[in-house]
Design a protein around this ligand. Structure first.
Ligand code: SPQ
Length: 426
């Protein structure tokens, strides 16, 4: 896709539903007793993979536009799939579903695309095996395809070496089926959508500091879920407004759960012209309207416990840093290397191609802001967050930028290019 400089952006937008919450609504809806109605569901490819997997396990799931009806089979009602469960490109589907599959009374195979087959699964195989699970990596390389044979599970306490909501959630989901309490302590708090949704579905879950503890469940009770807009998708519009002259964008109904709102704190640190109007919660998740205007930005340091609260927004923030005065240091973010692509390497390579002054480090990157970007050929590596970040950069660069694999935005934001074009000043 070829993209050129724009004059500015103006207007109001509602971004699609939160990806993390959408996945979890299908999983918990499937395990609940009764019918779960989901509104604002994200119809990106990743969440469709989750629907497909649970349909293959006998769950009746109807999707109309962004509304989903899930007729739950109860905690012990899933059926053995006759085929491999295809998770596509979705790490969330793979890891969270593995926690559920570990406790079923059947065996199954879980596989996905080339990117999924490279992402580390040992991080869930290790704790789930400690609970008694039987999970094998088919190629014995710690990655998918996985062969999961349901087993009797025991409650454990796990000190997770990584701040990862996918690891934590896989263990907590398995904990629903364990013979005692299960708890996970993280080095820093990761997104807590599983814990919040557990509460909504009547699960006994408790969080103290960095430790989440779940009691085995007898039953989950269906609950309607209103999915807020995804702050990870809102991020592209926030950055676009901040770095593009003559711009003002309001993003309505964005989920601002404190375990996800690190981008708001970074916008404050960088001096962005932003207002956040909090409205009421939707199904336990706080929501706000966010307005960002063209801003005069300064570099900052992003690291420590802030990282898990903005991990998926780092590619967009790295673009923003190119337009700030001074240096931006992103550290403690080695997890970026094991996402849909190695996001440290891919950001450094592509931003360098556009003329930015950027150094990749072991656990992040250092960006010396203020260099004018120019058009280049960008390899998205089929990573949706890379494609969307560089679309925003391209709209502020001299000359033309060509984004290879641009269609991969369908993973989390199928209408991204139409939506951003719709806000462009003519
Ligand atoms: O689902 P997937 O492929 O892992 O998606 C990503 C993304 O950028 O959309 C990560 F690449 O989001 C993860 C996120 O990074 C979604 C997620 C969740 O819903 O629990 C948690 C984060 O991953 P992790 O490994 O830090 O728990």
């Amino acid at each position: 896709m070829k993209i050129n400089r724009v004059k500015g952006f103006s207007g109001e937008i509602k971004v699609p539903g939160d990806k993390s919450i959408s996945h979890r609504s299908i999983m918990l809806g499937s395990l609940a007793k009764g019918t779960t109605k989901v509104t604002g569901f994200l119809t990106g490819a990743d969440c469709l993979s989750t629907i497909d997997c649970f349909r293959k396990m006998g769950v009746d799931i109807e999707l109309h536009d962004t509304e989903v009806t899930v007729k739950g089979l109860g905690l012990h009602g899933l059926k053995a799939p006759t085929d491999t469960l295809d998770v596509g490109n979705s790490g969330t589907t793979t890891r969270l579903m593995s926690g559920i599959l570990a406790a079923q009374n059947f065996s199954c195979r879980v596989n996905g695309d080339a990117s999924i087959q490279k992402r580390p699964m040992k991080r869930i195989i290790t704790p789930l095996s400690m609970m008694g699970a039987d999970i094998k990596s088919e190629a014995d390389n710690g990655c998918a395809p996985l062969i999961i044979t349901g087993s009797k599970l025991h409650g454990i306490h796990y000190d997770s070496p990584v701040a990862s909501a996918q690891v934590k959630s896989a263990i907590l989901l398995a904990g629903l089926y364990a013979d005692g309490e299960t708890s996970v302590t993280e080095p820093a708090i990761s997104r807590n959508h599983t814990e919040l949704m557990f509460k909504e579905f009547g699960v006994d879950i408790n969080t103290v500091g960095k430790t989440a503890t779940v009691k085995p469940a007898e039953e989950l009770f269906a609950r309607d879920i209103a999915v807020p807009g995804d702050i990870s998708s809102a991020a592209y519009f926030m950055v676009a407004a901040a770095i593009t002259p003559n711009s003002c964008i309001t993003i309505k109904n964005v989920g601002v759960n404190p375990t996800r709102d690190g981008i708001i704190r970074v916008f404050e640190m960088m001096g962005a012209d932003m207002t956040v109007d909090a409205s009421s919660d939707t199904t336990g998740e706080p929501v706000a309207d966010i307005t960002v205007k063209t801003s005069s930005l300064k570099g900052c340091t992003i690291g420590g416990e802030l990282i898990p609260t903005l991990i998926d927004e780092i590619p967009a923030l790295a673009i923003m840093a190119c337009f700030a005065e001074g240096d931006t240091i992103i550290k403690d973010a080695a997890e970026l290397k094991v996402k849909e692509s190695n996001r440290i390497e891919v950001m450094a390579d592509n931003l360098s191609a556009m003329g930015a002054d950027i150094e990749a480090t072991d656990d992040g990157m250092i960006i010396h802001g203020g260099r004018q970007l120019h058009g280049a050929t960008i390899d998205s590596k089929l990573d949706h967050r890379i494609a969307m970040s560089f679309a925003i950069a391209a709209m502020n660069a001299d000359g033309e930028t060509d984004i290879l694999g641009a269609e991969c935005v369908n993973i989390s934001y199928p209408s991204f290019y139409e939506d951003i074009k719709g806000l462009e000043l003519k």
